[in-house]
Design a protein around this ligand. Structure first.
Ligand SMILES: Cc1ncc(COP(=O)(O)O)c(C=O)c1O
Length: 411
């Protein structure tokens, strides 16, 4: 009895001294800090030369002609809708499993949103479900597929099914990922615009931040205006006739031509983003290695399903999240109890995401019947994101595997 108690006490002490592993975390090193400090000592803090350098490097990295850096992924989605002329009277579709920003952006623009069920394994918008939904509601103007956890799913099919409609990829999770054809997410092969997020849990971070990439010069110019109050400073694009004095261009003149916002990224953020972008390949390699180790371990467990885990999917995902789905009934637990057990062992988990149509705001606005989304509902019942970031050591990874294994097998 005394021996059992001693083991319990040792376990408790172990747990108290364990470092807590959240589901995601930024990886910042001295070179990131130095880049930010350089900007702090420079002439520009807000949008300036570092933003331009970041945009050029980002466009080059993802194979797009233009990149417009903004203050968040949400801001990027909003101005992407505005640049595409989405507004009152319009309707857009996004995936049912996503962060609310993917549909909120339509509402910010004055349009309405509806949802499309996900593919049970790839977890993105299901192209067949999209086709079906468009038959019922052909007047849809915009489609916003979401590369959940980093995997671009069915992009070529979605582009073809969308026909002439606007396609804006929500690639908040997917920088560095590729489509099944091998081209980089963001290259514009299957959409009009692609939006990235650089929130700290994402693959690379700028603190807060985002970007819209496109190959369309007109869209890029509209995006630049919407991020900064709708202001135009290039005299060749002025629409009024007030820009000259004594036959010369007024050097201080600008025009507000539309209603825009202050969605600018700062040079401080861009310096961090640029420094992080240089590490993207290294981050992805480590994420991929952790995913493969998790796959090996968790595929042995009962009542656990691993979506997005074929070698082909692993090879091309942007790997923002590692999501497993659990049959909590079969494990004879609840998700809350399961999460608490892991938390007690210093392991953070999270649900990505509650279907957006279940959020009270959307229930009130649209009253959508969850039964219309069987795959999203099934996924939502079992999904859990496990610790997944490049800073996890091999020991951390084994600790997660041990804790999840014991919690599933109740040993
Ligand atoms: C799928 C998805 N879209 C959009 C966003 C919004 O990005 P941000 O937090 O940079 O505004 C997020 C952020 O979590 C996201 O997960």
């Amino acid at each position: 009895m005394a021996g059992v108690r001693a083991v319990e006490i040792r376990d408790r002490i172990d747990r108290m001294t364990l470092k807590f592993l959240g589901y995601g975390r930024q990886s910042i090193d001295q070179s990131d800090i130095d880049s930010v400090v350089d900007v702090l000592r420079s002439d520009f803090l807000t949008q300036g030369p570092a933003v331009e350098r970041f945009e050029t490097a980002l466009a080059e990295r993802v194979g797009a002609r233009h990149a417009v850096a903004v203050s968040s992924g949400t801001a990027g989605l909003h101005i992407a809708c505005l640049a595409a002329d989405i507004g009152p009277g319009d309707l857009g579709f996004t995936a049912a499993i996503t962060f609310a920003a993917s549909s909120n952006c339509l509402l910010y623009s004055g349009a309405e949103a509806d949802f499309v069920d996900i593919d049970h394994d790839a977890l993105g918008m299901n192209p067949a479900a999209l086709e079906h939904a468009l038959k019922a509601v052909p007047e849809v103007k915009a489609i916003i597929p979401v590369h959940l956890a980093g995997l671009a799913n069915g992009s070529a099919e979605i582009r073809a099914i969308a026909k002439k409609r606007i396609v804006i990829e929500d690639a908040a999770h997917a920088i560095g990922g590729t489509y099944s054809c091998g081209r980089l997410v963001g290259c514009g092969a299957y959409s009009d615009m692609t939006v990235f997020s650089f929130h700290p849990v994402k693959t690379i971070t700028s603190g807060e931040g985002g970007a819209v990439v496109t190959n369309d010069a007109d869209l890029a110019q509209r995006l630049q205006m919407f991020r900064s109050h709708g202001i135009e400073r290039d005299a060749s694009r002025f629409v009024g006739d007030n820009e000259r004095e004594d036959g010369q261009l007024k050097p201080w003149f600008y025009e507000q031509q539309m209603l825009g916002f202050n969605y600018r990224m700062t040079d401080i953020q861009a310096a961090l983003g640029l420094s992080q972008l240089g590490k993207l390949d290294r981050f992805l390699e480590r994420r991929r290695a952790i995913a493969r180790r998790y796959d090996d371990a968790f595929s042995q467990l009962p009542h656990v399903h691993l979506p997005q885990s074929t070698p082909q999917q692993r090879a091309r995902s942007g790997h923002h999240l590692y999501i497993a789905t659990f049959d909590f009934d079969a494990i004879r637990t609840t998700r809350s109890a399961f999460m608490t057990k892991l938390r007690d062992r210093g392991i953070g988990t999270q649900v990505h995401y509650i279907p957006v149509y279940r959020q009270p705001y959307y229930v009130e606005r649209y009253g959508i019947d969850p039964a219309a989304f069987p795959e999203s509902e099934r996924y939502y019942r079992g999904c859990l994101s496990l610790p997944f970031f490049p800073g996890l050591t091999d020991e951390d990874v084994e600790r997660v595997i041990g804790a999840v294994t014991q919690t599933v097998t109740r040993k």
